[in-house]
Design a protein around this ligand. Structure first.
Ligand code: ADP
Length: 169
């Protein structure tokens, strides 16, 4: 049975991520989406919120499971009894980092391979950071995320702005 882990921050899940999940669910018998907990990027959403958002947009896919993880990715992959890591590639800018990560993972865990799915051209420019940036200015994010996710991102952006301390002049 081919089992893969698709890891990431998913802060929040975008239509680009959903496209990779749907396509990998057709290739693999089972795909575990691994949501990274110990994130140095200080995420907008808690890991539980990110897991729940992913669950809500993948409910129609029977071979997808969403789990949070921290620590080394290869350890999580082994715990899941998986042997493949799925990553998405948008542009050449992703390539250098992704190549380094996949080669490192193969050195520390030789049985684990990484496969790359190239982005759907429709989403090649899309990232969670862009979505958050637009939401902070109350912009329209409906072309980038599922409607339920858009609502949550805009609500969260509003709450963050409300709690932000005014800048001293
Ligand atoms: P990370 O913190 O690992 O970069 P992300 O949530 O940004 O986490 O991305 C998770 C994975 O999804 C990465 O492999 C990334 O390249 C891929 N990805 C992100 N956005 C897109 C997109 N628009 N199209 C295809 N793949 C994407």
């Amino acid at each position: 049975m081919a089992v893969a882990v698709y890891p990431g921050s998913f802060d929040p899940v975008t239509l680009g991520h959903q496209d990779i999940i749907e396509r990998s669910s057709k290739i693999m018998d089972r795909v575990i989406v691994g949501v990274l907990k110990n994130n140095s990027k200080s995420p907008l959403f808690s890991v539980e919120e990110r897991v729940n958002m992913l669950k809500s947009v993948t409910g129609h896919l029977s071979n997808i499971e969403i789990l949070a993880f921290d620590g080394l990715l290869v350890d999580f992959v082994r715990q899941c009894h998986a042997d493949v890591i799925v990553r998405g590639l948008r542009a050449i800018t992703d390539f250098e980092y992704e190549l380094q990560m996949s080669q490192t993972n193969r050195v520390i865990s030789p049985g684990i391979d990484t496969i790359f799915l190239t982005t759907n051209l429709k989403y090649s420019y899309l990232s969670s950071s862009i979505v958050k940036e637009i939401a902070m200015y109350h912009g329209d994010i409906s072309a980038f995320v599922d409607p339920d996710i858009a609502e949550k991102v805009l609500e969260k952006a509003k709450a963050v702005k409300k709690n932000a301390r005014p800048v001293n002049k």
